[in-house]
Design a protein around this ligand. Structure first.
Ligand code: DP6
Length: 312
């Protein structure tokens, strides 16, 4: 029996759309920060047959089944009882699949003695969910060609950033990221332009992180987020992950920034708003977002560690 933990990450340069060849390969280079506070804890126990319990309930999960199948094609593994718990809403745009597959890969790696290093683990975790590759590492993480293994661009200590998550809904999203990005690739008239520009956004964000240039990072990260949501909105049928509180948070964050507070927003496939800020701004950002009608909860995170075994 082995238990591992992993944190969600949030992309500052987004992944939305896959290559058409096998391997769950993103169509665009992407870059993220790994958070602390939010956590998935996963225990694997050798069993008679595979069983997956998510937050205490037995579920059939096709992605988990496919992931185990792919691993077993390469490694002799026992059947596993997998117990996975999230301390935050699941499937609601808070990257539970990223932390989930990173924790699962890390637990199986240790339990079965596969001896993978973090890069190889990230390659396998990517097969479960591409964003999970990034949760294998701490700090600032890139997922780029040609190998599409995650790499740490800089450790968390390089540039302490904080993230205030404004939770505007606890409901699971109706269209998953996997389905949504496939729809966008097939139907958005702007999809090819999005893919073409992604390399420049990635280079600009990497440079901002190297230089610790908050303004440059704010501009490119908000732009990457808004471009991704434009692709979602122009898909057929349209994909609209925001609600009224999402928009109110975006407006408030832009107001704070124009008043001199170092903060920018990013939003994934769900209505939650992640306000990335310098640590000194956490209190004012939390207060401002917490007061917006429709914001149910704010959660403060700093940069967190990569996937790791906690027991035995
Ligand atoms: C909007 O990694 O969940 O969060 O690879 O199909 O499992 P699959 O998709 P997933 O997509 C994440 C999309 C995003 C942006 C990002 O994290 O880069």
């Amino acid at each position: 029996m082995t238990t591992a933990v992993a944190h969600p990450n949030i992309a500052l340069v987004k992944y939305w759309g896959k290559q058409t060849k096998p391997g769950n390969l993103p169509a665009t280079p992407n870059l993220s920060i790994t958070l602390d506070t939010l956590l998935t804890e996963t225990t694997v126990t050798a069993a008679e047959r595979d069983e997956f319990l998510l937050n205490g309930r037995a579920v059939q999960d096709a992605k988990v089944a496919r992931f185990l199948g792919a691993l077993r094609n390469r490694y002799p593994l026992p059947a596993y009882r997998i117990q996975s718990e999230n301390n935050f809403p699941t499937g609601a745009g808070l990257a539970s699949s990223a932390s989930g597959f990173a924790a699962l890969m890390c637990a199986i790696n240790a339990d079965a003695g596969l001896n993978m290093n973090a890069e190889i683990m990230s390659e396998w975790a990517r097969l479960g969910s591409a964003s999970a590759a990034r949760s294998c590492f701490d700090g600032f993480v890139a997922l780029v060609p040609p190998l599409w293994r995650a790499q740490r661009l800089a450790p968390a200590a390089h540039w302490p950033l904080s993230v205030v998550v404004a939770v505007t809904s606890n409901e699971a999203k109706s269209v998953s990221s996997t389905q949504g990005m496939e729809r966008s690739r097939e139907t958005s008239a702007f999809y090819n332009a999005w893919v073409r520009a992604s390399g420049d956004d990635f280079a600009c964000a990497s440079d901002a992180i190297n230089q610790q240039d908050f303004e440059q990072l704010s501009e490119v990260a908000e732009l990457s987020c808004l471009k991704m949501h434009s692709i979602m909105l122009t898909s057929k049928p349209t994909l609209m992950y925001w609600n009224a509180a999402t928009l109110a948070c975006m407006e408030e964050i832009r107001r704070l920034r124009s008043d001199g507070t170092p903060v920018f927003f990013t939003i994934d496939a769900g209505p939650q708003v992640k306000a990335v800020c310098l640590p000194d701004a956490v209190d004012s950002v939390t207060q401002a977002l917490g007061g917006i009608p429709g914001v149910k909860q704010t959660i403060v995170c700093n940069l967190g560690g990569g996937a790791r075994v906690i027991s035995p």
